[in-house]
Design a protein around this ligand. Structure first.
Ligand SMILES: [Zn+2]
Length: 245
C-alpha cells in the first residue's frame, strides 16, 4: 500500500499549486501523490479539477477522490495519464476559479446552517448553486426572504473564519457540535478539525474538513432561491450567489 497523501488544502485553502511526487498509479490510471492541493470529493463538496505538469506535459485532471482507505487522494486523469510513473516529480495546479466559488459557497452554507436551528440531513455544494436539507419540525421557521436578508447581514459583518483542532474525546463530550447527521465529521485519527465563524464560533462552530474563505465578507451577496418540501418534515433550502447591489 502506498503512503498517505498530505492534504495541503487543509492548512491553506488558498494554495493553488504545489510540487509533489507520484507515489502510485492505481489500476484505473488514477494518480496518487505524496502531497496535494486538490480537495478530494467529500462532505458534499466536489473534488477539484485542474492539471498535473508531468515531464513538461499537462495531464488534465477531471476529478479528485479519496482512495479506499481514505488516506490517499487519487487524481483521476480526464484522458490519458501520460507519462505518469511512481517516483516522478509533478507540479499540481487546480482550477482556482471553480475552487474559490466552492469555498465561498461552502462558507455560505455554514452561515445558512447557523440561521436554521434544526438538524441537517444532507447537502451539496456547487459552483453556481448549493443546497442544505433540514429536518424541520416547525416549517414556519424558514422564510426565503427573511433568510436571504439575515444571510447577507452575516456576510456584510465580515466575520473571521478560523479553524482549530480538538481531540475525538472533546468532540464526543460535545455532541451539540455536530450539526450534519448525514456527514460524519472526519474523526478516527484522534483529532477533529473545528471550523469557527465569528469570535469563539459565535456565529457557527462545527467539525468540518472542507475548504472555506478567511472571512464572511469574501462570500459575497447570497440569495436563498427556493425552499422545497421533501417529505413530511424535510425542507431543502437552495442557495445561490446574488448579483452585487
Ligand atoms: Zn465547512
Amino acid at each position: 500500500m502506498a503512503a498517505a497523501t498530505l492534504p495541503l488544502f487543509r492548512e491553506d485553502a488558498y494554495r493553488r499549486n504545489c510540487e509533489a511526487e507520484i507515489v502510485a498509479i492505481n489500476d484505473r490510471g488514477g494518480i496518487v501523490l505524496d502531497r496535494t492541493i486538490f480537495y478530494a470529493t467529500s462532505g458534499g463538496q466536489p473534488g477539484d479539477v485542474g492539471h498535473l505538469v508531468l515531464a513538461g506535459e499537462e495531464v488534465p485532471i477531471g476529478a479528485a477522490v479519496y482512495g479506499e482507505d481514505k488516506a490517499q487522494i487519487v487524481h483521476v486523469p480526464a484522458g490519458s495519464s501520460g507519462m505518469a510513473i511512481a517516483g516522478a516529480p509533478v507540479r499540481a495546479e487546480i482550477d482556482w476559479e471553480r475552487r474559490y466559488r466552492h469555498m465561498r459557497m461552502h462558507t455560505g452554507l455554514h452561515l445558512l446552517c447557523s440561521l436554521i436551528p434544526f438538524p441537517v440531513t444532507g447537502g451539496s455544494i456547487g459552483a453556481e448553486e448549493s443546497r442544505l436539507d433540514f429536518d424541520i419540525s416547525d416549517a414556519g421557521a424558514v422564510d426565503k426572504d427573511d433568510l436571504t436578508e439575515r444571510l447577507n447581514a452575516l456576510v456584510v459583518a465580515d466575520h473571521a473564519v478560523t479553524t482549530r483542532w480538538i481531540t475525538d474525546e472533546e468532540l464526543a463530550g460535545n455532541p451539540g457540535l455536530v450539526r450534519t447527521m448525514s456527514v460524519k465529521p472526519p474523526s478516527g485519527s484522534g483529532r477533529v478539525r473545528l471550523v469557527a465563524i465569528g469570535d469563539d464560533g459565535a456565529v457557527d462552530l462545527q467539525p468540518c474538513g472542507g475548504t472555506h474563505v478567511r472571512s464572511t465578507g469574501e462570500v459575497g451577496p447570497l440569495a436563498v432561491t427556493r425552499i422545497e418540501k421533501k417529505g413530511r418534515q424535510n425542507r431543502r433550502v437552495r442557495l445561490a450567489f446574488a448579483a452585487r447591489p
